[in-house]
Each structure stands twice: as structure tokens, then as C-alpha cells.
Design a binder for this molecule. Structure first.
Ligand SMILES: [Cu+2]
Length: 167
């Protein structure tokens, strides 16, 4: 909480003494919003850890390896079809190997990795041939579907991978 106080004090320097504690922010403090938002974010993090961590709290993001295969199917690295099981809130590093399945998009993508209802959270990645890595945060618990939205060739319409997010 030390950082929180420093940031609020810095904010106080910029104008009237209004910033106090999280939860006590009022409309009159709207002009302090950026500093307050930052202070709240820092406060939130410091309650658990200094850095983003995996769900196991070790600080290491878990790596999930997938294949977007040339037969136009997603596969887990163990060769199975899924589902992919994640823990809500965990930070997941995806390492996806993509292989050409007969057709590719104009931008060169041979597949994509899309969860439609999570697009705004970054769950929408074009996949070029080869290995790609990106990091995402597992959403709230529920059942999701990872889909390929690139016309990648025979079997494309069924190219998806079930994802189950647990508490
Ligand atoms: Cu496809």
C-alpha cells in the first residue's frame, strides 16, 4: 500500500486535496481519474503480489502448446483433441504451431485462434505458418470455443477446440 499512498500524494500536488481512499472517489475527483485508477490498480496488485502471476502464485505463466494442424484441426501437444482446461484468472502463454492446410487468407494467415465472446480481451489472433507465442488471461469460469475463422481448407468448418475454464 506504500505505492498507493505515493501516487495519491503526487495527485494531490496537481490540485485540491481530494484523493483519499479507494472506494471514496466521488464525481468531484473525476479530474484525478488517471492517477486514482493507477493507484487503485497498484493497490489491487499489492494485495496479492508485486507482479502478475500464474494461478499457482509462482509468478510463472503456464505454457500451453497447441497445433493448428495441416488437417485443419486444433490439437493439444499431446495429440488429443481437447478440451483445453484452464483455471480462471491464470496467465497462459500459448505457443501455437500452425501448418498450412490448403488455403490461406490474403494476409498470409493459414488459421486463426478466436474465442468470439472474448475478442475484446485479445482472444483473437491470426496464425501464420510456423510457431507463434502470445499471452492471454483465462476468463471467468465457463465453457468456451476456440475457433479458426480463416478459410483454411477441407475441414475448416469444424476447426475448433473446446475450452473449459474452471474456478
Ligand atoms: Cu480454418
Amino acid at each position: 500500500m506504500r505505492l498507493y499512498r505515493l501516487i495519491v500524494e503526487a495527485c494531490l500536488l496537481c490540485a485540491a486535496g481530494v484523493a483519499t481512499l479507494p472506494g471514496q472517489i466521488t464525481a468531484s475527483e473525476a479530474r484525478h481519474a488517471p492517477a486514482l485508477a493507477l493507484a487503485l490498480a497498484v493497490g489491487e496488485n499489492s494485495s496479492s503480489s508485486k507482479f502478475p502471476t500464474g494461478a499457482d502464485g509462482t509468478g510463472a505463466a503456464r505454457t500451453v502448446e497447441l497445433i493448428a494442424d495441416k488437417d485443419n484441426r486444433f490439437k493439444l501437444s499431446n495429440g488429443q483433441a481437447g478440451p483445453l482446461v484452464l483455471k480462471s484468472g491464470e496467465i497462459v502463454k500459448f505457443r501455437i504451431t500452425s501448418l498450412f492446410g490448403g488455403e490461406k487468407a490474403r494476409d498470409g494467415a493459414v488459421h486463426s485462434f478466436v474465442v468470439r465472446k472474448l475478442r475484446e480481451s485479445g482472444w483473437s489472433v491470426r496464425l501464420k505458418e510456423g510457431v507463434q507465442e502470445f499471452t492471454l488471461t483465462a476468463p471467468k469460469p465457463g465453457n468456451y470455443l476456440i475457433e479458426c475463422t480463416v478459410e483454411c481448407g477441407p475441414g475448416h468448418d469444424d476447426m475448433n477446440l473446446k475450452m473449459v475454464v474452471v474456478k
